[in-house]
Design a protein around this ligand. Sequence first.
Ligand SMILES: Nc1ncnc2c1ncn2[C@@H]1O[C@H](COP(=O)(O)OP(=O)(O)OP(=O)(O)O)[C@@H](O)[C@H]1O
Length: 260
Amino acid sequence: MNEIEFLGVAKRFPTRRNPNPANAVSNLSLAIRSGEVVSIIGPSGCGKSTLLNMGSGLYLPSEGEVRVGGKKVTGPVRQVAFMLQKDLLMPWRTIRQNVELGMEIDGVDRARRRQTADALLAKCHLSGFGDHYPYQLSGGMRQRAALARTLAVDPQVLLLDEPFSALDAQTKMVLQQDLAKTLYEQKKTALFITHDLIEAIALSDRVLVMSERPGTIIEEIVVDLPLRDNPLERRKLPAIGPLQGRLMELLKVGKQEALH
Ligand SMILES: Nc1ncnc2c1ncn2[C@@H]1O[C@H](COP(=O)(O)OP(=O)(O)OP(=O)(O)O)[C@@H](O)[C@H]1O
């Protein structure tokens, strides 16, 4: 079953001064099956975040439609959760209270909220930090807490917009490992934006390449490699090199046209 679908989607941002602007995203179709992890890479400004915003229902497409679980998206979708580069933790709430936020909004009772939050904090290697405030944690730990908060509402689809790009290389690899294991074990569907080509290959079943604005998908690379639940080991496979080379070619890395 397709968990999330974009059908002939276009997006533009009209203003009063410019009611007919050019498309930011154009003629984009994409279907992600249940349990699949798909990465999107593309030049800056090609519309990747716009695409995720349409997936969550925060933006509605100007043309075409988005479906989640087979249903047309007409506004924010409960089964879809977002995780961004900024952790967006509320500084006045403890880590546990941050993780509980979505469940609180959903009316989950206090005892169950606490149980779920503590189990997720343990899973994200944050046991013992539930009563700390965000400022008391490192950047990597805050991103772990943000991941726990994203998972707490048990979403069907995770939309991840460069969630690790602000972290140092080693912290990033450890967090990728935790995320990959969780996605695999819980059979979550995920759409992942990154500028890091190896990250895309290490974490995904497919990597989609977008063109420059107006963004559309120009290539699909199937990552036909084992170990999707273990990116630390997948990174070591010799087949990673040629896949990265292919993505570099498609993105024209090092070519004059790619320099803005
Ligand atoms: N709310 C908005 N109003 C007007 N224009 C917007 C809005 N959101 C995005 N855009 C425009 O749409 C285009 C695509 O932006 P978007 O942020 O989706 O690109 P991106 O591929 O995620 O970029 P980056 O890789 O730099 O994060 C840009 O030209 C941007 O200015």
